[in-house]
Design a binder for this molecule. Sequence first.
Ligand SMILES: Nc1ncnc2c1ncn2[C@@H]1O[C@H](COP(=O)(O)OP(=O)(O)OP(=O)(O)O)[C@@H](O)[C@H]1O
Ligand SMILES: [Mg+2]
Length: 1015
Amino acid sequence: MKFLRALFPSRNDREVKKIRPVVAKINEAEAILKTLSDDQLRAKTAKWKEELSKIEDKVELAAKLDEILPEAFAVVKNAARRLCGTDVIVREHPIRWEMVHFDVQLIGGYALHTGHISEMATGEGKTLVGTLPVYLNALTGRGVHVVTVNDYLALRDSEWMGAVYKFLGLTVGCILHDQPPAVRREQYNCDITYGTNAEFGFDYLRDNGMALRKEEQVQRGHYFAIVDEVDSILIDEARTPLIISGPAVRTFDEQYAQWKPTVDGLVRAQQQLCARYLKEAGELIKKLEPAPGQKIENAAELERQIGLLLFRVKTGQPRSEELMKILENPQLAGLMNQAELSLHKDQKKEELYQEKEQLLFAMDEKSHEADLTEKGRNYISPQDPDAFVLPDLSTQLHDVDAGAETDARKRMEAKAKLQADFETKAQKIHAISQLLKAYSLYQLDVEYVVQENKVIIVDKNTGRLMTGRRWSDGLHQAVEAKEGVAIERETQTLATITIQNYFRLYTKLAGMTGTAETEATEFFDIYKLGVMTIPQNRPNVRKDSDDSVYKTRREKFNAVVTEIKALHAQGRPVLVGTVSVETSEMLSRMLKKEGLIHSVLNAKYHQQEAEIVARAGQRGAITIATNMAGRGTDIKLGPGVPEIGGLHVLGTERHESRRIDRQLRGRCSRQGDPGSSHFFISLEDDLMRLFGSDRIVKLMERMGLEEGEELKHGLLNRSIQQAQKRVEGHNFQQRKRTLEYDDVMNKQREVIYGFRNEIINSDDVRDRLMDIIEEVVILKVEQFTSADTDVQEWKVRQLADWANLNFPLGVPEGEIVKAAQAGKERPVAGSLYDGLSEAQFAVCNFISEAIRKAYELKVSFEEPEKLTTVERYTILQAIDKMWQEHLYEMDSLRQSIGLRAHGQRDPLLEYKAEAFKIFDELMVNIKTEICHNVFRSASSLMAFENFMRNVSTTTKHEAPPSAAADAKKASDMVSEAANDLSKPKPKPKQTGPKVGRNDPCPCGSEKKYKNCCGK
Ligand SMILES: Nc1ncnc2c1ncn2[C@@H]1O[C@H](COP(=O)(O)OP(=O)(O)OP(=O)(O)O)[C@@H](O)[C@H]1O
Ligand SMILES: [Mg+2]
């Protein structure tokens, strides 16, 4: 193999080779630097900073950085050399500095600077590698962000590597969860800022989506980010977007408690049903093995029947233990898979449907869906099975309109009732479906734990508790109901961004990890990040055994304990990786029974976690950790341990993704240490059940394994990897899909955040305010009038109503007609008014002028400085209110599009078209909302009242309705605006499935629903 590699160097080898000359240059430069004094070395920083600060142009800046790179890297390396022998205080403990960058680390640093992912094995010293590009790019003064997987590592690295930066005269900051905005701003103002992806992302959302004043914003741009453990952050974490949420105003939480007993019963009935099907299957299975001398009749049909029954149970009770036991028999598992395949092959899926109808509800484990069947509906509500079928609302509404009822009022009432019924039904169906999922697919101590009367999600990858995070769309409430704990209020999204889109904000992005190669395509597709595999400083001597495969989990874990015991007896430390908290705990109990002392690591604080993992290399230590816990912490071998073989890593299950397994393996054999690894697998593992191939099953069959016997073969490793690859591909597609949808929103977010920032950053927004009003006036004039018809045919009354209800104008209809008739001037081509007739143009001017006059009057009663704040606040509040509603609408849109995907149309295209439409409306809604509030806000109650008193008397009765309430609102606004506005009071509302917001309002007003009763 080595020989071949020398003959045909891979592309990666060639890339790396190209960097070698740079390495030589760096080392030459460093030799010269050795002769300088500390201060002379430091002076380089100031000189470069000065030079770089003058360069505005991005291309020029990049060229200059490339030019000084060899010397700048040399400066960092030389600083590290000068630090040797000193103690650096890291997390309150002194650490002796003994690191000078190796050549491979220089290569890694170069790769980072050029926007790559440096793949360097665990323990190669990536933390130190980071210092090179961080220093170089921080010289620009634009801020370099170093992103870590947790707060502990952010602090550790900012303190540890901070020694180098500070020595060279740069400032280092670290953002942590509980810092107030003022402190955060200071951290961002440093040359270098460490922090987790969530902290960076949430700060972005708060700055751009929530801050109401410049002083509340903490970040200062997105120039360069280096992401440590980049696969964990940009791939694993990227599955869930960052969301800031607040309590929803209208929720249906009580539904979950209300329907829990019903679903309890339903689930139990289904269990009985499944038990019956299993029994039937059992009898048929017996027939497969007839007594000697007897013949099986129609074996093929028999097998088909068995397969169908087993599949039926799997659909009805996916986590049934009894079924698992039956499926231990590879032949039977094969029959079930065949049945599933044949059902899915049928284009019309009629048989599949028939099968599902044998159950009360059907679960799809892969797609996480739950559906009530006809039988189930009958079970819940025998008198009225239609209670759970959604009616066709639009037809119903239409029928009322077309019906015999002549009284408009009664028609409106009838429609309102239809709509209310529809909503209740939809909520009911939704609650039941979420409860079914909670019961059938979410297992206590696997997907979640219950602590202190709360349901806490467990991170699938790390086994950490994700305190504070909640499943969306009522699922969390459903699980709470299932566990009988307090049901918390549903929340709604106030601001959100995917990790992908956050990191795409950076001008430059780079990353490092021990495991990137398997996901190279994704890194390139999504982030335009190339992966460069950096050679190791010292060759890796880890011994990886072939996987051991067992039939059952029980047999597997017995073997695991046996191996731990044997190694422990030799004094070797063992690190055991598990995929879930539940497995950790079970294994811990097994070890306790054997009298083996060990530490269990799950869901504790990062610092403690890091310390436990750090001790895992001591003689005789046994450490159980969930798969990725302790990522990034160093495991140093205790004295005498290298001699007996180093740390042994034992995996108790293969993870969905090969990368995570490689991470686990990489915990041992760091920096040339000895070590070994071994994975244990059973056919009952989720990976094998859901994605395993028949090949493994067949192999097992052929070998005719005895109880407790293991199967170990190179071929098997390949099959398992195939299964993993399949899952990886599946997950990638899913992430890509999510992203394609989010890209639509991302563009919208850019527009809205841009708009917000423009308002926040301008000193005077009055002009903008007037422009907005003018735009809305044009829109309204266009809505109620027409260029092609005579004034007599216009809806002048509606136009006057609109103007007088929103602004204190009191313009009579006659005035509008007069203005129209007097119109002689054509609007300038290309202006906002382009396309309007002379008459329309004149009306626009007439109304706008009236508004402007009224506003001038208002201004004369206000305190000028405060008014500016109020004006800004009026605009921001309108943006935020409408944007949050828009987020909700986009969410619903996505869900409904998902349902529409059955047809031949591409759901993404449809989503885009719809999204474009509702975004257009959003912009109009924001502006309309601003108009609505302009005269309803004031810098003080007195100003408001004075103004109201002085608006010309004729208009009084048509002034904004309920002036008193508005005065109250205006003064609220003042105090809100004047106070700290960091927490705007969100007033979101839930719009369940009902009349579409853009449908005509059922009250018969001819307005769109959202602009009328749906407001
Ligand atoms: N140039 C060097 N000279 C001596 N020791 C070094 C050097 N670089 C790194 N080390 C040591 O190697 C160990 C591992 O470093 P570090 O934790 O940065 O590795 P890593 O690549 O980030 O690993 P992981 O993938 O686990 O995060 C540390 O103890 C560090 O002190
Ligand atoms: Mg690291």
